[in-house]
Design a protein around this ligand. Structure first.
Ligand SMILES: [Zn+2]
Ligand SMILES: [Zn+2]
Length: 123
């Protein structure tokens, strides 16, 4: 799921160490570094693209399902077993706890496992 905001300094730090270790080609490295600084600094969050929430109606329209035998026994978001909590299935056939996937869809409309796009308000 990309690099958390608070790890960006560490990533940039590591990047510079890699650049310092690099001998050639210098021009390519400089372009790469500038591009990265630009992209980190301009607010586009390059590590977390497409953070468009799913539409309210698509979140509310999630149907509760029961586990069937070909379903993974745990939720890929919280890694807990499904057990008794409400479960839903996205159109891509991935299962999640309802409360887990709702939290995700309110941030990004894409399935956390396969990036299947759910409807957004713009659709
Ligand atoms: Zn969960
Ligand atoms: Zn999926």
């Amino acid at each position: 799921m990309g690099v958390p905001e608070d790890e960006h300094p560490a990533v940039v730090d590591k990047l510079f160490r890699v650049v310092e270790a690099a001998v050639s080609p210098v021009d390519t490295v400089v372009v790469f570094v500038w591009d990265t600084i630009y992209r980190v600094g301009d607010g586009h969050e390059p590590y977390r693209p497409n953070l468009i929430p799913a539409s309210r109606s698509s979140i509310q329209g999630l149907e509760q399902v029961t586990l069937d035998t070909d379903t993974s026994p745990s939720c890929a978001i919280c890694l807990e077993d499904f057990e008794q909590e409400p479960i839903t299935r996205l159109p891509c056939r991935h299962h999640f706890h309802v409360h887990c996937i709702v939290q995700c869809l309110e941030i990004s409309h894409m399935c956390p496992l396969c990036r299947y796009p759910m409807p957004t308000e713009e659709d």
